[in-house]
Design a protein around this ligand. Sequence first.
Ligand code: ZN
Length: 238
Amino acid sequence: MNTPWIEKINLSPDIDFPATSFFIGRIPNLVLPSNRKEAFIKQQPLHRKIIDTLFPSKDRSSKIPLVYADQCHGSNIAIITPPFFETEKREHVDGLMTTHSGVILSITTADCAPVWIIEKKGRAGALIHSGKQGTELGIVPKAIHQMKELFQIDPQDLILTIGPCIRPPCYEIDFAEIIRMQAAEAGIGMVQDEKICTACHLERYYSYRYEQGKTGHMLALLLLHNTATVTSKEKEIF
Ligand SMILES: [Zn+2]
């Protein structure tokens, strides 16, 4: 069985925290084209199948809407508001932010850091792609600032989680550490870091650098929810 690597991300110390998050890693034995766009297209239907299993819709005939970012290692962040569609692409953004439940945010990575920023009660959440360039551009502090400006969220009420990404000694720049410092400077309440290096665990992750570009995409996912969007099946699983 080519069981993909899937990990549940603990966003908050509160076990009843009203959001769900996953990171989908390597899909073993999946032969991918060397072209990055083609690899993405090949993985997309597989990813969607996994997402639908992880986030089952209450209504079997429909899927929970999904937004993904057409990333460019920049610092633009899209604010996701209704109407929602089954699948929606946002062009030229490296961050997605919402206050709405019922829409899955999705970011792809392959060494860069997936960063979840959530309000401690689940009122708002953001998913950020911050690699070398995004970190240099300060996309994470920008997201914290936007949450404050747009939704009046005190940075003290935010919890930031850094997922699997490439780290020293596999990479010369410790951008996870830089993100942590940027978040602290922005006044964030709590930072969690799994401290997992993608290049050190190729059985679980793809590493763009270690595999010299001939690699797949991993998916970071975030769904804020209220009781209306949590199905009984989902409750059983988690
Ligand atoms: Zn490593």
